[in-house]
Write a protein that binds this ligand. Sequence first.
Ligand code: GUN
Length: 297
Amino acid sequence: MTAQVIDGKAFAAEVRGKVAEHVTRLKEKHDLVPGLAVVLVGEDPASQVYVRSKGKQTTEVGMKSVEHKLDADTSEADLLALIDKLNKDDSIHGILVQLPLPKHLNEDLVINSLDPAKDVDGFHISNVGLLGTGQKSMVPCTPLGCLMMLRHHHGSLSGMDAVVIGRSNIVGKPMAQLLLGDSCTVTIAHSRTKDLADVVRRADIVVAAVGRPEMVPGDWIKEGATVIDVGINRIEKDDGKTKLVGDVDYESCAKRAGAITPVPGGVGPMTIACLLANTLTAACRANGLDEPEGLTV
Ligand code: GUN
């Protein structure tokens, strides 16, 4: 079998198109412009690239984009004061604090100081609890993007065996909750899982989110399974140049899978598209308006 390639880049463009249409309607009908504030502390090069890309795409769909770039030695009190100001600002519907934060800042404290209704990352403890109990919440962007692609490919996921490799708060755990919400039988595997190969071989859906380059070989994949690769790892090739690879070995997995997301061009573009979708959802909820269909769970 040669896998169908799930084109995250094209799908993300579709999602952004839907968001942009909805934003236009909000402006025309309600004089409402959704606003996203992104807070970056320090100068981590990868974070700077993400933040720039988020700002650009936010503006492109017609939303207001605000960036707050703070020095690496910003005090916790100053960061919390900024968040308090953004929480109270009616023109801001979504707030994202780029992670990781410098070591002297307590990430949990900072994230939990966000207004949960504006927590477009879905990391606030209230949103984690709401998702875990099947209630309306803000859903973390990367797992939301993965779920959208799975629903688009399969329609119903009900009864499927899903394995999530990785137990992070950002991807693994919320991904498992979403799959459970769609009535999959879910296994969360991680670095201490015994016989990982056997666990993965049973899965109709494999979501790999461990951050280890090409660690899942093709012979772990059940014939016809759907493989969602969340990994983005830069590795050095034999010629000294670098390239991006995922957490699965694409070549061998694509030979057995029914469908697979590539790296780059799979999950990655969906993450920012879902951030825009979440900001739109937050703006609609804050104003008592109907939520956009198909852009949230
Ligand atoms: N750093 C890496 N991924 C993310 C993300 O999804 N949200 C935030 N806020 N920071 C990140």
